[in-house]
Design a protein around this ligand. Sequence first.
Ligand SMILES: Nc1ncnc2c1ncn2[C@@H]1O[C@H](COP(=O)(O)OP(=O)(O)OP(=O)(O)O)[C@@H](O)[C@H]1O
Ligand code: SF4
Ligand SMILES: [Mg+2]
Length: 373
Amino acid sequence: MTAGAGTRRGRAGVRTARGVPPASGDGANLLELRGLRTHFFTRDGTVKAVDGVTFEIGNGETIGVVGESGCGKSITAMSIMRLIERPGQIVAGNVVMHGRDLLKLSDEQMRDVRGNQISMIFQEPMTSLNPVYTCGDQIAEAVQLHEGVSRRQAWSRAVEMLQQVGIPDAKRRAGEFPHQMSGGMRQRVMIAMALSTNPELLIADEPTTALDVTIQAQILELMKALRERNKMAIMLITHDLGVVAEMADQVVVMYAGKVVERSDVTTVFERPHHPYTEGLLRSIPRLGERRARLEVIRGVVPNPLNLPTGCLFKRRCPYRMPICDTAPPFQEVRPGQYSRCWLTPEHEPPTVGLSPAPEVAEEEAERLTVAPR
Ligand SMILES: Nc1ncnc2c1ncn2[C@@H]1O[C@H](COP(=O)(O)OP(=O)(O)OP(=O)(O)O)[C@@H](O)[C@H]1O
Ligand code: SF4
Ligand SMILES: [Mg+2]
């Protein structure tokens, strides 16, 4: 597999002097998540579904969010949209768009953001389709609210959108209700609805998983075309690393509610740093490579109510070291590449932590000192 998308529009290599991801105010970001925490307060305990997530999405940039089931991808997206319901709660962080923290907006202002600036394609189509309205009506209503056009114009736009997402006989099918359509068709209606308002940011949560390969390719092409035409940014959540390689500029790898690696797509595929990212990459088939069976990451994602201390990946990590009992910091390991792991950029154990322990530093200082003649 190659990371064909490269960094054509990405901002790989952007970094600050302190080696932390770029902060607000550089003007190139459309959306910034800062220390987002969304927890579920269940009877059995607190599930930290999203626990200190920070990343940004540049204008017109596509960011791929990957990770195994339960890592917090959808809850991150739902938090951006402010669609978290009890027992869940966003307990900390900021979601900044155009200088405004979405978490501080009124419900009405937020509805406006959802109708105009951010659209979301949900993992489960019925989450966003209303069973009592026809598909055409639902798209037309969104268009009318967004663009203030006449009902007739909105309806033609709805039909046009249905055609664009590959629904045959779109004129007739616009008059059908969601339950009259197959799962794949419903998914396409939802995509048409999300794209009909020309959002600045499209959040697509497993947008093509339920579709067959041909339709999947068509939908991805459509998303790419609209991305170019409207300069739309995309947050693409997927299990399919092939889709990430094809679509994304930047990649965010999540594990147990945290971002464990972040970089431009080429770097992630060619020189991943975090052992979890390595594991994910090993579990995809490579073109022309013969293997008896795909390697999967051994073990399972930890129970969110029983997380290990230190590195959350340590129970599954082949590189585990004593220092991994202490939580590793999220830091820049190479220009533009951030990882939450103690290994050095060369994948060697650190001397002690990342900066040498005082005694090592002293020895090193002695070695470097030129003795007086
Ligand atoms: N209503 C809820 N109550 C308690 N825990 C929840 C609730 N909704 C989600 N969670 C927990 O939040 C965590 C993150 O879930 P999320 O849906 O974001 O995972 P995901 O990465 O999207 O997984 P998938 O790839 O399966 O869609 C999981 O541990 C999940 O069990
Ligand atoms: S910090 Fe340690 S256990 Fe965690 S991923 Fe890195 S090497 Fe593995
Ligand atoms: Mg999900």
